[in-house]
Design a binder for this molecule. Structure first.
Ligand SMILES: [Zn+2]
Length: 192
């Protein structure tokens, strides 16, 4: 693995053998907060005709792994981790299932929600409809139920909060944000 520095002082993981090719271009991290064009969180560059090229798609095309009508999915859901082994083509629904929960999600897992004080409601969306998987007082038990259902229905295309990129502790703005999501811990200490 090699670390490529972008024009805006961010760093991304790439494969060693792609370094010289990727270094030919000026890549920018489209920060959620700072990007005027589109708040994507992706790493992109402008082509000669000013169109926007994303690093993940460019790498897949370069590797001969690009598939039309699909999107590039980062297996560990870190958009800064561009090692080919971390990239795969996914349908839009596979891609959506594998994305990390929003900041408003307090359990840290989609489908695990606090529905009344002390009770975690678990559900999963399968084939367009929501399937109820029970309510649990223990958040860890609720999460285990959700994870088992994800493995059954989604296979590999699921979000794993423990799967972080190699740069998460030091240079990755994307994974550092994720590691800072301490809501489940804070919530667990509240009493009703
Ligand atoms: Zn990362």
């Amino acid at each position: 693995m090699a670390v490529l520095e972008l024009t805006d002082n961010h760093f991304v993981c790439v494969d060693e053998e792609l370094m010289s090719w990727l270094s030919l271009f000026e890549w920018t991290y489209e920060d959620y907060a700072n990007c005027l064009v589109r708040k994507s969180g992706y790493v992109c560059r402008r082509s000669w005709d000013k169109s926007r090229l994303c690093m993940d798609a460019e790498i897949m095309k370069h590797a001969g792994l690009w598939e039309p009508n699909k999107v590039v999915n980062h297996k560990n859901s870190c958009r800064m981790d561009h090692r080919v082994e971390n990239l795969r083509m996914a349908t839009l629904s596979q891609h959506r299932r594998a994305r990390r929960p929003t900041a408003q999600n307090i359990s840290g897992l989609s489908g695990v929600t606090l529905h009344r004080p002390g009770w975690w409601r678990v559900s999963i969306c399968v084939g367009g409809s929501s399937v109820y998987l029970g309510s649990y007082q223990d958040i860890e038990e609720a999460k285990a139920v959700r994870v088992a259902a994800e493995i059954e229905h989604f296979g590999d295309f699921r979000y794993d909060p423990t799967d972080l990129c190699p740069l998460w502790e030091t240079q990755c703005p994307y994974c550092q944000d994720r590691a800072k999501m301490t809501w489940p811990t804070i919530w667990g200490t509240l009493t009703y």
